[in-house]
Design a protein around this ligand. Structure first.
Ligand SMILES: *Cc1c(COP(=O)(O)O)cnc(C)c1O
Length: 374
């Protein structure tokens, strides 16, 4: 049996609960911006111990709404080079200019030093991405740097459902956090996103933006440059029912990660990204640096063809300043981001992963390690 790169885990009981919810939604005719969305928002805010959550139709929309409220138009936003395209696209759609920053090889995240190097007189915000579910121990120092500059820290927490640092949850470190419920994320609503914040004002603004910038639900006067960013009630139900599994999913994922970390300690040259002290990851990705000079594509082919182990996609393989469409914003080399993008692999982590699957992954990695790295 092969170990897949990723697997959507939506248990049978939960599928039945969704079927019941869909019947109810269709029977009542409350198809959008209704009680299911509110329930999803309340539950998501509670899990992350933040006062407010506003549901939208994608994680990218959640980011763009926060960036619009932060008024980044015509100004610069610091974005790490090793993130998903959407982080930069949201800046562009909000009218801002992404300024790509380097990262730390220990966390794959921005650091105080790399943010400082990317600041300009026109910087309007800093976008911190919790790559793979790791929250950098520099998060508070980055926040202080932003405060000193009078600019907001915004979290792209698409990878970080339920992650914490020092007992505080992703989404609570800055002005707002944006989460995604795309199918591959730790919990999913099919498609969907969520913005969390402690600010009453930002919550109110976000509700206006997500519904065509309308001043109020019933009214037909448009007060903001909003868009059609609403989440449907069906997607909200799928997301809220899945969210109830988050705690057990994270426990399973952390057990898998512990087994990987223990085994990799015996494989010199393979360098897992260990969880920094006080950081509690959901292991959206289990990231491992390969030694310089090892051919990653060859390594991945070997574990796949000889052992049936498919390694998931990297986070990320091509940094944003090398993406063709972002070329106008590329400005000089970012050596650490380029190096980690080129040199890491991710091991498969599933929310219902079995011990025999972990065994199979470790057998594959040890054998290919012996052949290619030794
Ligand atoms: C998935 C993801 C997004 C975008 O989420 P969508 O729901 O697909 O729009 C943004 N940033 C990062 C880092 C992501 O992984």
């Amino acid at each position: 049996m092969d170990v897949p790169a990723a697997r959507v885990v939506y248990p049978e009981d939960d599928r039945s609960a969704v079927a019941d919810a869909v019947k109810e939604i269709l029977a009542t005719g409350a198809l959008t911006l209704g009680p299911r969305t509110e329930r999803f928002e309340t539950a998501f805010a509670a899990v992350h111990e933040v006062p407010h959550a506003v549901a939208v139709n994608t994680g990218t929309a959640a980011l763009e709404i926060v960036l619009r409220i932060a008024e980044v138009a015509g100004r610069d936003v610091v974005v790490p080079a090793n993130t998903f395209y959407a982080s930069a696209a949201a800046v562009l759609h909000a009218g801002g200019r992404p300024v790509f920053a380097d990262v730390s090889a220990e966390t794959f995240a921005l650091s105080v030093a790399t943010v400082e190097a990317a600041l300009t007189p026109a910087t309007a915000a800093v976008l911190l991405v919790h790559v793979g579910g790791l929250i950098t121990p520099e998060v508070d120092a980055i926040r202080r740097l932003c405060d000193a500059r009078g600019i907001p820290l915004i979290e792209d927490a698409a990878h970080a459902h339920g992650c914490s640092y020092d007992g505080r949850f992703a989404g609570s470190f800055g002005l707002a956090g944006a989460f995604s419920f795309y199918a591959t994320k730790v919990t999913t609503s099919g498609e969907g996103g969520m913005l969390v914040t402690a600010s009453d004002e930002l919550r109110d603004e976000a509700r206006i933006y997500r519904d065509q910038g309308k001043g109020s639900f019933g009214a037909n006067h448009h007060v903001r440059d909003g868009y059609s960013w609403r989440l449907s009630e069906v997607n909200a139900a799928i997301g809220e029912i899945h969210l109830r599994r988050l705690k057990e999913f994270i426990e399973t994922r952390r057990e898998v990660a512990d087994r990987y970390t223990a085994a990799l300690a015996g494989l010199p040259g393979l360098q897992p990204l260990v969880e920094p002290p006080k950081c509690r990851s959901n292991y959206y990705k289990y990231m491992v640096l390969l030694p310089t000079g090892v051919d990653r594509a060859h390594f991945k082919r070997e574990v796949s063809e000889r052992f049936g182990v498919r390694l998931p996609g990297e986070v990320y393989d091509l940094p944003l300043h090398h993406q063709p469409v972002l070329a106008p914003y590329a400005d000089g080399p970012l050596p650490v981001a380029e190096d980690v993008c080129a040199r890491h692999i991710c091991l498969p982590v599933h929310s219902d992963m079995r011990d025999d699957e972990v065994d199979q992954v470790l057998t594959a990695i040890s054998a290919v390690h012996a052949d290619l790295i030794g």
